[in-house]
Design a protein around this ligand. Structure first.
Ligand SMILES: NC(=O)c1ccc[n+]([C@@H]2O[C@H](COP(=O)([O-])OP(=O)(O)OC[C@H]3O[C@@H](n4cnc5c(N)ncnc54)[C@H](O)[C@@H]3O)[C@@H](O)[C@H]2O)c1
Length: 250
């Protein structure tokens, strides 16, 4: 899909990978709305990039419905959904200190899994109702998992489970939405230079680069954005999970 004048929603777009995608998509002529729980940061990023900011908690259905309606009023029904909103709560399953709190899982399910599913199902339902095609297709969904969902490291059981679930949704969702010309592709990033990675790794993501075969550094949000753009532009990419990790393995 050519992005020029296309309405795009990027969840978690206030920061990190989502902000990187917003920057590139705006350069390509898309009308971007950043959906983020952190409205203040979303507004700062949106002002910097020249797009709209909408407060949205992806875990909350009512909030997602309202945000999609607001984006629709401003930019037209969103045809491209890039789902970057996510959280990462680390901790081992059980230690001498006791079991990991159950909330580590339930909170991450709410944001990473239910949140992604909310935007996908509610956004796709609106795209489905558009009666015109953009080229040969109606819409594109880019979900964001993690290589943790494929080969998760220590201390990431709950996070990995939610990301594995996003990976698991990819093919059936692509099949479901194929009837409406909507493609679904998931990116599984390795380590990228963002505030989330810095807080999980308790340091600079680049310091972790020794474990990455090549290139020996953390990925840049612009490199994530470039993959998201290719997914939107290449109609043959569908139902697939793409690792973006410099060959990093658990
Ligand atoms: N950075 C990495 O190394 C890395 C690696 C693998 C996967 N990921 C995934 O990429 C995605 C983006 O991560 P990032 O590194 O850019 O993180 P980030 O913290 O820089 O950005 C995430 C954004 O999501 C927003 N957000 C959190 N919960 C939300 C909610 N309920 N509703 C709406 N917005 C919410 C935050 O406010 C923030 O702006 C996440 O899903 C993360 O799990 C990141």
């Amino acid at each position: 899909m050519n992005l020029d004048n296309i309405s795009v929603v990027i969840t978690g777009g206030a920061s990190g990978l989502g902000a990187g995608a917003a920057k590139l998509f705006i350069e390509k002529g898309a009308k971007v709305a950043i959906f983020d729980r952190n409205l203040e940061l979303a507004q700062t990023t949106a002002t910097e990039l020249g797009c709209a900011a909408v407060q949205c908690d992806v875990a909350d259905e009512t909030s997602v419905i309202a945000a999609l309606a607001e984006a629709g009023k401003m930019n037209g029904t969103p045809r491209i959904l890039v789902n970057c909103a996510g959280i990462d709560i680390t901790g081992r399953t059980a230690t001498k200190g006791g079991p990991q709190p159950r909330e580590a899982l339930t909170q991450q399910i709410a944001v990473n899994l239910t949140g992604t599913f909310n935007i996908c199902r509610l956004g796709a339902d609106a795209i489905r109702e558009l009666d015109d095609l953009e080229g040969e297709e109606q819409g594109v969904i880019v979900n964001v998992a993690s290589i943790a969902g494929l080969d998760g490291p220590f201390g990431q059981t709950a996070y990995a489970a939610t990301k594995a679930a996003v990976i698991g949704m990819t093919l059936p969702m692509a099949r479901d939405l194929s009837a409406y010309g909507i493609r679904v592709v998931t990116i599984a990033p390795g380590v990228f230079n963002t505030p989330l990675a810095a807080s999980v790794l308790r340091g600079e993501p680049d310091d972790y680069a020794g474990s990455v075969p090549f290139p020996k550094r953390a990925g840049k949000p612009a490199e994530f954005a470039s993959m998201a753009l290719e997914i939107c532009q290449n109609p043959m990419l569908n139902g697939e999970v793409i690792r973006l990790d410099g060959a990093l393995r658990g």
